[in-house]
Design a binder for this molecule. Structure first.
Ligand code: GTP
Ligand code: SPV
Ligand code: MN
Length: 616
């Protein structure tokens, strides 16, 4: 669909507060990017509701956002992307460390000087006919000891709106930068200028983007350059680019951890409080676990974060964590009243939906929101849809963007500047076979081995083949900003420093399938039973049986009261087949070999130990 050229807002109409910065470095950088990309106007975002309102009205006027029926979904919008821009592009994501070995075998590396030159060419004139927005943001509560500042330059007002929800964004951050706080530089262009080098104009489209994409991290200078995509982690540079890829390198250098983890506060019937973080690969259940409503009486889960955690050893020697984000960019499909009622309640309004279906009454729908689909919808590509259409109405990676503060289960201390003390860390993946429902690590080292050996079936969160099994260590495969083997060594070093104050480590798998191909474990709210077992382990109240791969619940260790699970189901959930585990060990060895002598010896020792016990 072709649109007419948008009205260009002058800095005066959109952002009355300022047209420049007193910080010479920030001002010079904005000037330099503007010289390179040649926008019509530069707008310094103040993060105000007024600014968001002007931008969303502008996008609606241009046909780039659909305002949802305010009766059902106040101040909420639907965006439909170009079908070629629906997920993270891992093969176009680069880690440009000075030394190639620092990127390691799991990242695409490019020589930084050559990449900079290439990007200069790509970004030259890329914002012609558009507005350049300067988006200052804080990851974590403003001024907190674990928090960090960043600035994203972008030519996408959709990105500005999303950043306003996902981060603490606006004027106050500029003041902090001007007072001398360090900040991370990130530059984003959708790569669809409206005027070419000869001055010839072209019309805008509903979702401007470019077939050529670059998501480039320069870890040594803490910079990000992203081009060609307007979607999710490709474009919201606070998220995967900064809070994971760049921050993991900061953590390596400064002794802390940046992780693809949810964060929850768990309260037992006795009123005891535990904080748990969990790393699952993309679209493998973090948002769901972070908002879990326990099915077992007396237990309570409160939400702190659903995607990213920054963890740092505190003065008391324990590991403390914050959620650096301020919003959720959650997977829509599968999110419904029965699976995640908390998420459904969170997005009552003030929500941006991307690539979901539109109902005839002006509200939204996606697979799994309700059991029965509406009789007619407009699908994510703008076409008529009925249940007989034989294709999904919403894209499998369609998402909702909403403020964490709207979540009814948000913990009262979710913005505690110093974070919360972590009692347990969980690693998980999507595995149809082999991996049991839950196992506890025997030690921190064994836990790091569990994290390092996570495999998971691929999901729609990234371009590629869904369902293919791949290694996704610590759920960080696409997000680790340096050599993955060095990252494992860093985890081991953090554990050494924590000593006896280190959190316990567990592994879970909600996705094991039975002979009929359906999930054996009911999942979602029932996962509280697994959390209960973990807490009882922490309290020293539950027995475990030692197996070659870790500590498993005893026969009656897991609370299964009121659950319709046959003995055979239970057996299958916990079955450990030595032959397939030995085969898995061979693959692990092969995988470790890719990292040469950078693999920490402690992990090789853990592998040897697992093998030894399997052969017993
Ligand atoms: P990212 O935002 O991509 O990092 O993903 P995430 O880890 O937050 O994943 P999310 O919680 O959004 O879950 C993705 C999909 O997994 C959704 O379709 C969920 O319905 C499904 N899912 C989550 N938890 C469970 C579970 O316990 N059992 C089953 N069978 N499916 C689940
Ligand atoms: C993921 O893919 O892990 C996400 C979505 O959380 S995105 O922000 O697009 O990376
Ligand atoms: Mn994620």
């Amino acid at each position: 669909m072709t649109l007419t050229n948008p009205p260009v807002h002058t800095p005066e109409t959109l952002s009355p507060k300022r047209t420049s910065s007193t910080d010479p470095n920030l001002q010079a950088w904005v000037d330099e990017i503007a010289r390179l990309t040649q926008p019509d106007a530069v707008v310094w975002c103040d993060g105000s509701p007024r600014e968001a309102s002007i931008l969303s009205r502008q996008l609606v006027a241009e046909g780039k956002l659909i305002r949802l029926n305010p009766e059902w979904r106040p101040n909420s919008f639907l965006a439909r992307t170009n079908p070629k821009d629906v997920a993270r592009v891992e093969d176009r994501t680069f880690i440009c460390s000075n030394d190639e070995a620092d990127a390691g075998p799991t990242n695409n590396w490019a020589e930084p000087t050559a990449m900079r030159e290439e990007l200069q060419g790509v970004f030259a004139g890329s914002m012609r006919g558009r507005t350049l927005y300067v988006v200052p943001f804080s990851m974590g509560p403003l001024g907190g000891p674990i928090s960090q500042l960043g600035v994203e330059i972008t030519d996408s007002p959709y990105v500005v709106l999303n950043m306003g929800i996902m981060t603490r964004m606006g004027e106050q951050i500029l003041t902090m930068i001007e007072a001398g706080e360090p900040w991370v530089h990130t530059v984003h262009s959708i790569g669809y200028p409206l005027v070419d080098a000869q001055g010839v104009k072209r019309d805008d489209v509903e979702w401007p983007c470019n077939d050529t994409k670059y998501i480039v991290q320069f870890p040594d200078t803490r910079e990000v350059w992203s081009y060609g995509s307007g979607y999710g982690g490709n474009a919201l540079l606070s998220k995967k680019s900064f809070a994971l890829r760049i921050a993991s390198v900061m953590g390596r250098d400064e002794g802390w951890l940046a992780e693809h983890m949810l964060l929850i506060k768990l309260i037992s019937p006795e009123g005891n409080v535990f904080h748990v973080s969990a790393a699952f690969p993309s679209a493998c259940g973090k948002t769901n676990l972070s908002m879990l409503q326990p099915t077992i009486p007396g237990w309570k889960v409160e939400t702190i974060g659903d995607d990213i955690a920054w963890l740092r050893q505190g003065e008391d020697g324990r590991l403390w964590a914050i959620n650096p984000e301020a919003g959720f960019f959650g997977v829509a499909p599968g999110t419904g009243e029965t699976t995640n009622p908390t998420a459904v309640a969170t997005m009552w309004g003030n929500t941006i939906f991307t690539n979901v279906a539109l109902r005839d009454d002006g509200d939204v729908w996606w697979e799994g929101l309700t059991d029965t689909p509406p009789a007619h919808l407009i699908d994510w590509q703008g076409n008529d849809w009925t249940p007989a259409s034989g294709r999904p109405a919403a894209h499998p990676n369609s998402r909702f963007t909403v403020a964490a503060a709207q979540c009814p289960s948000i913990a009262d201390d979710w913005e505690a500047a110093g974070g919360v003390p972590i009692d347990a860390i969980i690693f998980g993946g999507r595995r149809a076979t082999n991996v049991p429902l839950v196992a506890q690590a025997r030690s921190w080292k064994h836990g790091v081995f569990m994290g390092a050996t996570i495999s998971s079936e691929k999901t729609a969160a990234a371009e590629g083949t869904v369902g293919e099994l791949r290694r996704d260590p610590f759920a960080m495969l696409p997000f680790c900003g340096y050599n993955m083997a060095d990252y494992w060594a860093h985890w081991l070093a953090v554990g050494k420093s924590l000593g006896t104050k280190a959190p316990a480590i567990f592994q879970v798998n909600w996705f094991r399938k039975g002979d009929d191909g359906s999930f054996i474990w009911p999942g979602f709210g029932e996962n509280s039973r697994v959390l209960e077992w973990m807490v009882r382990r922490l309290e020293g109240q539950a027995e475990a049986r030692d197996t070659p791969i870790g500590l498993l619940p005893t026969v009656d260790g897991l609370n299964l009261e009121g659950l319709d699970l046959s003995d055979k189901d239970l057996e299958q959930l916990f079955a450990i087949d030595p032959a397939s585990w030995l085969a898995e060990c061979d693959l692990t060895e092969e995988y470790f070999n890719k990292f040469g002598d950078r693999v920490p010896p402690a992990l090789l020792a853990e592998l040897a130990s697992v093998r030894y016990h399997l052969k017993d």
